[in-house]
Design a protein around this ligand. Structure first.
Ligand SMILES: C[S@@+](CC[C@H](N)C(=O)[O-])C[C@H]1O[C@@H](n2cnc3c(N)ncnc32)[C@H](O)[C@@H]1O
Length: 223
């Protein structure tokens, strides 16, 4: 696997309050490899989001599923500081953060430890020579399958036509997932327990159709 991280890490300079949260709250909420290794049989559902952007989906899920435990992974500092602001304002206690490559989070997670994985609007890397940078690809699909519990759910979304096909091919060809969509409406409309994200608002504003995929981890293991 190519372990280089591509994409932006930093944007505009941060306001003092947001910088202050990065210097304080971020340390409290950061989860390390040892703690992640213990994330099995937590007694509550474990949900992870890779590439949470500014965190609006993660915040919504954590607020609306307060008994579940969430780990969010992101590398874009401005997005992380936005999420920290919301966690602080809403006093959420069920989110921990992995401020690094989400693929390393997957590597650190035990087998069959996760109930739901969200990877919403991952960077599409449209040029063919950049396809190997895609977070959903040949090697990650097996890691996603390994960490999900049997019957666990993988949710993904994209607004890029060719990436829709790529996602379906990679996720279904690995043989570990089932796609239970029966009608176009099952993947052309966002389910009600799936809030809109910042990236999606931009995509819809540019008249790009989005696909909302939910895959179920098969119960029969082949790894
Ligand atoms: C196109 S944005 C979508 C953000 C958000 N999910 C949304 O829908 O608004 C993709 C995000 O994934 C993050 N990202 C890219 N590669 C990543 C990786 N390997 N691990 C964690 N986050 C990653 C980027 O920093 C970026 O914020």
């Amino acid at each position: 696997m190519d372990r280089r991280l591509f994409g932006r890490r930093k944007g505009r300079p941060l306001r003092p309050q947001r910088q202050n949260l990065l210097d304080t709250l971020l340390h409290e909420l950061t989860i390390d490899v040892e703690e992640i290794g213990l994330c099995k049989n937590l007694g509550r559902e474990l949900c992870i989001e890779i590439g949470f952007g500014s965190g609006e989906h993660l915040i919504w899920q954590a607020q609306n599923n307060s008994k579940n435990f969430f780990i969010g992974s992101e590398v874009y500092i401005n997005g992380i500081s936005r999420l920290l602001l919301d966690i602080n304002e809403k006093s959420l206690k069920n989110i921990r953060l992995w401020i690094d490559d989400g693929r390393l989070l997957l590597e650190a997670l035990p087998n069959e430890s996760v109930d739901v994985i969200y990877i919403l609007f991952p960077d599409p890397w449209p040029k063919t020579r950049h396809h190997k940078r895609r977070i959903i690809g040949t090697s990650t699909v097996y890691e996603l399958a390994r960490v999900l519990k049997p019957g666990g759910i993988l949710r993904t979304a994209t607004d890029v036509s060719e990436y829709k096909t790529w996602m379906l091919q990679h996720i279904l060809n690995c043989g570990e997932f089932s796609w239970e969509a029966r009608r176009p409406i099952d993947w052309l409309e966002r389910p009600i327990d799936w809030p809109v994200t910042r990236y999606e608002i931009k995509a819809l504003g540019s008249n790009r159709n989005c696909a909302y995929f939910s895959f179920k981890r098969n119960t029969l293991k082949i790894y």
